[in-house]
Design a protein around this ligand. Structure first.
Ligand SMILES: Nc1ncnc2c1ncn2[C@@H]1O[C@H](COP(=O)(O)OP(=O)(O)O)[C@@H](O)[C@H]1O
Ligand SMILES: [Mg+2]
Length: 251
């Protein structure tokens, strides 16, 4: 493990500037008047092309952290120690709503444990919708063919070309998650955030989904931050961090 850590440090320093850099991030949920503090000062650097796994007990804030990285939520505002979430040259905590929408649509792919597919849309539509969001209602017209072609080719690659017109309810869990991964990749993101992507699947299906993610990461040079409970998956990644008491512990 020590050798592994040294290797990871060497790799990190060789990669220069991190692509994603988190400093002093705190997050407190408010339930009426009750405050639920979850993250107590997260510092984290992720380098281009790196695969970082986040482990931690249930309720330790893993999903919360992933949402903050993906611009789905914002850290607490704390004037004494201002939070920073930087992706490439953008400080997410200071982006306008529009620029944050852009970041989510163009740079990030998100995969959830429970797929989050839209039940009334077909498989193909569930994937192309990301392109619609990216280009907007009017811009989409001129990009439609390219988006549909890309969606079809991703779904084909994931062995789902015979399922394009099916609804999510007609698919198995593994098939749904492959659709969700295709959706996450439709806009060619540089950062893939995956929240327990195999957590709801049997071992064999989970392993095949993981193979898909590993292959994609290699081919597309994606930076990958993945939450998992599975230590065997964690072992395959470049670096493992653990969330304990709202802080990052390098494993
Ligand atoms: N929207 C929310 N409102 C209030 N509390 C929340 C909300 N989301 C998560 N929490 C609480 O924050 C803590 C961390 O949640 P989460 O980030 O989902 O943990 P994990 O993904 O590690 O299981 C939990 O105690 C959870 O109940
Ligand atoms: Mg979670």
């Amino acid at each position: 493990m020590e050798a592994q850590m040294q290797a990871s440090e060497t790799r990190s320093s060789a990669q220069g500037e991190p692509i994603l850099s988190v400093r002093a991030v705190q997050k407190t949920y408010k339930l009426g008047r009750v405050k639920v503090p979850v993250l107590h000062g997260i510092d984290l650097d992720v380098h281009q092309g790196e695969w970082v796994t986040i482990l931690g007990a249930s309720g330790s804030g893993k999903s919360t952290l992933l949402h903050l990285l993906g611009g789905l939520d914002c850290p607490d505002k704390n004037s004494k120690s201002p939070a920073s979430v930087k992706y490439q040259d953008r400080e997410l905590t200071r982006l306008s709503k529009r620029a944050l929408d852009r970041y989510r649509a163009d740079d990030v792919g998100f995969v959830f444990q429970f797929y989050h597919l839209l039940p009334e849309l077909s498989v193909l539509q569930n994937v192309t919708i990301g392109g619609m969001i990216k280009y907007g209602r009017f811009g989409y017209r001129s990009h439609r063919k390219e988006v549909v072609d890309r969606a079809s080719s991703l779904l084909d690659r994931f062995g789902l070309s015979h399922r394009l017109k099916h609804r999510p309810a007609e698919l198995s869990g593994g098939e749904r998650q492959r659709v969700a991964i295709a959706r996450a990749l439709i806009n060619e993101p540089s950062l893939l955030l995956a929240d327990e992507p195999t957590g709801n699947l049997d071992v064999k299906t989970g392993a095949s989904i993981l193979d898909v993610i590993i292959e994609l990461r290699r081919d597309a040079g994606l930076t990958l931050v993945m939450v998992t409970h599975d230590e065997r998956i964690a072992e395959k990644s470049d670096r493992v961090i653990r969330l304990v008491d709202g802080r990052v512990h390098e494993a």
